[in-house]
Ligand binder design. Structure first.
Ligand code: SF4
Ligand code: SF4
Length: 306
């Protein structure tokens, strides 16, 4: 019998959970409450409808340590790229061992929470001992020789004490008592649409902030120095200069797409008063037409008046 846990550790994950395929009742309820972004609409409430061949869900945990300075970018993003590649290695290893396995497009956090694994927090993240919310989750559907049952190994815990700290540093998404308004979370501005004016003024870092977890008193306090490579590659002006390839290697091609990274870099360069960005703004307008017109206007208004 294939040792799935050995394979996932070998691929780079800290641990993983093999769960039966079941509908996610919490997910359905929260979705009905309007908590989730409309992009999650294609995720089925019952994965059996899209993966009828699967008899198990595998959810793997890729922990990471936050940078000592996350004002440029959160360490979550390079970590999520590494976790994505770890899952690629794991899928290949599972297939080599004769197990059909496909990346799962399912709500991993809700799946784990529905089995009492980890605790949902007011900031909508999942808290899992001993990592806190500093985890990236990757999932796969599996066809195993035998159906699985899950024996809970952890006690469900209420971890969030609703202290409100995450709410105070948030743009307006966190409402307390598990309520959340996705339209006011900066992660929403990674979908490629124009960033609303008030969000441009607020934007504190690239790709979406992680303030709600760095401020959380329940999270581990350990940090690592931000690597020089990250500082240099994700410097907003370096992005305007066109280092998309290097950025893609660090955070993944998907996040490095101009509609996400370039759009945010224009705004962040302005918010950081980087006048050395000015020569690139016209070049970007020439290449991309009016795709980033509002962000470019915003940046010029700030930088030309300094
Ligand atoms: S900061 Fe406080 S309210 Fe927010 S998730 Fe952490 S414990 Fe809960
Ligand atoms: S990522 Fe930022 S904007 Fe989104 S919920 Fe957390 S603190 Fe609020």
């Amino acid at each position: 019998m294939t040792d799935i846990h050995a394979l996932l550790k070998n691929a780079g994950f800290a641990e993983g959970f093999v769960l039966p395929v079941a509908p996610y009742t919490n997910w359905t309820r929260h979705r009905q409450d309007g908590v989730f972004h409309p992009n999650t609409a294609p995720l089925a409430d019952d994965p059996r409808s899209i993966y009828p061949w699967a008899n198990a869900v595998l959810i793997c945990v890729y922990p990471y340590t936050p940078y000592d300075d996350e004002t440029l970018v959160a360490s979550y993003y390079p970590a999520s790229n590494r976790a994505y590649h770890a899952m690629k290695r794991l899928l290949a290893a599972l297939n080599e061992n004769g197990i059909r396995a496909e990346r799962a497009e399912t709500p991993y956090r809700e799946q784990l929470a529905s089995y009492g694994i980890g605790s949902r927090m007011d900031n909508q993240l999942l808290y899992l001992e001993p990592y806190g919310t500093y985890i990236n989750l990757q999932g796969a559907m599996l066809a195993l020789p035998e159906p699985v049952a899950y024996e809970p190994k952890r006690k469900p815990m209420e971890v969030c004490n609703h202290c409100g700290l995450c709410k105070t540093v948030c743009f307006g998404a966190i409402k307390g008592d598990y309520a959340f308004d996705w339209t006011r979370c900066v992660h929403t501005y990674l979908e490629g649409d124009t960033i609303p004016a008030d969000a441009m003024e607020w934007l504190p870092s690239l790709l979406g902030c992680m303030r709600c977890q760095t401020v959380c008193p329940k999270n581990p306090k350990e940090t690592v120095p931000i690597p020089e490579e990250v500082r240099e590659t994700l410097d907003p002006v370096a992005i305007l200069r066109g280092n998309r390839k290097e950025a893609g290697e660090l955070i993944g091609k998907n996040l490095a797409a101009p509609k996400r990274l370039l759009r945010q870099a224009i705004v962040l360069a302005a918010n950081r008063k980087r006048t050395d960005a000015l020569p690139y703004l016209n070049e970007i307008a020439a290449v991309y037409g009016d795709r980033f017109i509002q962000e470019l206007e915003y940046a010029k208004n700030i930088l030309q008046n300094l």
